[in-house]
Design a protein around this ligand. Structure first.
Ligand code: XLS
Ligand code: NI
Ligand code: NI
Length: 439
């Protein structure tokens, strides 16, 4: 097999002073941060769909990037060329994981049996590459949103036949995930939602989604899937209302249907901001509920209202992300999947490399700065002090659940007017963050 990305060698760490666009300036995979090498804090993954399939088209224009990799798109030869390209790309960058949808791997045939045969064939080929390179699978999923049959959703479809088709795809995608040793299986409810309540039975649809997930857990466990299942929340796009709106909503759903033992969340930066939250907010909500499974590492553009899936460049955001991840003790099964794509005018193969280098360096800086924030200690100390009234006296009783409304009311009557609760000192804390970032 010949080299596809000619002229681009393996990407090395050259340090902060380097101006080489094809070198890492901050991501130094073996550098130990808070007791763990960078690459263990951040198992980076390549998203098959954006990196090997998406060619930069948008609603107004066709592809700008050639992702044929020397083969005719829509053929099995092209499917294999994408595998070759993907593994060469990951090897050169030192990316150790990939994520895939079923239909990212092969052209979908008219009949399911033929699609599945193609999937078997390509995953045999991928398995060989994995053995050769040591590259692993982070997670798999089924694309149950692109094909017109899924216009009303998959688990939430009004059509029982479509529900069955979705079930078949989930079954196959689980088998492939197990075959490739994937650490997670993702449900992103791309069209699990609705456009209008005038034609929608929300309760019925949600119950059906839960049934599909329950069957997936049962089947997955029966074929030896020992990883985690993840829901990837997103509030809208493509549907106006999506049921897995954000982390909090998804956790409520999982608990309601008894799925919370097998499922955690895959938090995507751009989805959190579409829900009107910060990336950090959804990470925190997931983490405090022991639901932080994995991360889709991208960023949105707050001036635009959709999922722009940009490569992360904002160090403030990655710092806050890594702050949450460190506090949560790291990701057990998950990783950092670049669910990100180059901008339409960044159409060369070199841009693909530069985009990943940007993302990996931005996360490396985030990790270093988050560790520095924790080592600095001023923020943690302030938060601890802010709640110190619960450490003794009546506060301690509240914390331990050893009091009653009557006792508290009696206490309040004696106390007179309470002191103001102490300044939140937001501006001071924001300056501390700036000092950690910029000195
Ligand atoms: C789309 C989602 C999708 C999932 C996988 O917005 O981010 O790419 O990660 O289906
Ligand atoms: Ni995603
Ligand atoms: Ni997304």
């Amino acid at each position: 097999m010949s080299e596809l990305f000619k002229g681009i060698g393996s990407i090395k760490y050259e340090g902060a002073g380097s101006k080489n666009p094809l070198a890492f300036h901050h991501y130094n995979k073996d550098q130990v941060v808070l007791g763990k090498p960078m690459k263990e804090w951040m198992p980076f993954a390549m998203a098959w769909w954006h990196n090997l399939c998406a060619g930069g088209s948008d609603m107004f224009g066709r592809n700008t990037t050639d992702k044929g990799f020397g083969a005719e798109p829509g053929t099995m030869e092209h499917a294999r060329a994408k595998v070759d390209a993907g593994f060469e790309f990951m090897q050169k960058l030192g990316i150790e994981y990939f994520c895939f949808h079923d239909v990212d791997l092969v052209p979908e045939a008219d009949d399911l049996k033929e699609t599945n045969r193609r999937l078997d064939e390509i995953t045999d080929y991928i398995s060989v590459k994995m053995k050769e390179t040591g590259i692993k699978c982070l997670w798999g999923t089924a694309n149950m949103f692109s094909n017109p049959r899924f216009m009303n959703g998959a688990g939430s479809s009004n059509s029982a036949d479509v529900f069955c088709f979705a079930a078949a795809q989930v079954k196959k995608a689980l088998e492939l995930t197990v075959k490739l040793g994937g650490r997670g299986y993702v449900f992103w409810g791309g069209r699990e939602g609705y456009e209008t309540l005038l034609n929608t039975d929300v309760k019925f649809e949600q119950e059906n989604i839960a049934k599909l997930m329950k069957m997936a857990v049962e089947y997955g466990r029966s074929i030896g899937f020992t990883g985690e299942f993840w829901i990837e929340p997103k509030p809208k796009e493509p549907m106006k209302h999506q049921y897995d709106f954000d982390a909090a909503t998804s956790i409520g759903f999982l608990r309601q249907y008894g799925l919370d033992k097998d499922f955690k969340l895959n938090i995507e930066a751009n989805h959190a901001t579409l829900a009107g939250h910060s990336f950090q907010h959804d990470l925190r909500i997931a983490a405090i509920n022991d639901m932080l499974g994995s991360v889709d590492a991208n960023t949105g553009d707050l001036l635009l209202g959709w999922d722009t899936d940009e490569f992360p460049f904002n160090v403030y955001d990655t710092t806050m992300c890594m702050y949450e991840v460190i506090k949560a003790g790291g990701l057990k099964y998950g990783g950092f999947n670049f669910d990100s794509k180059t901008r339409r005018p960044s159409y060369t193969h070199q841009d693909m490399f530069e985009a990943f280098i940007l993302g990996m360096d931005t996360f490396a800086l985030g990790l270093l700065k988050a560790a520095a924030m924790i080592e600095d200690g001023r923020i943690d100390a302030f938060v601890k002090e802010r709640y110190s009234s619960y450490e003794s006296g009546i506060g301690e009783k509240i914390r331990k659940g050893e009091t009653s409304l009557a006792e508290l009311a009696a206490y309040a009557e004696e106390m007179g007017a309470p002191q103001l609760p102490g300044s939140g000192r937001q501006e001071y804390l924001e300056r501390v963050v700036n000092e950690v970032l910029f000195g």
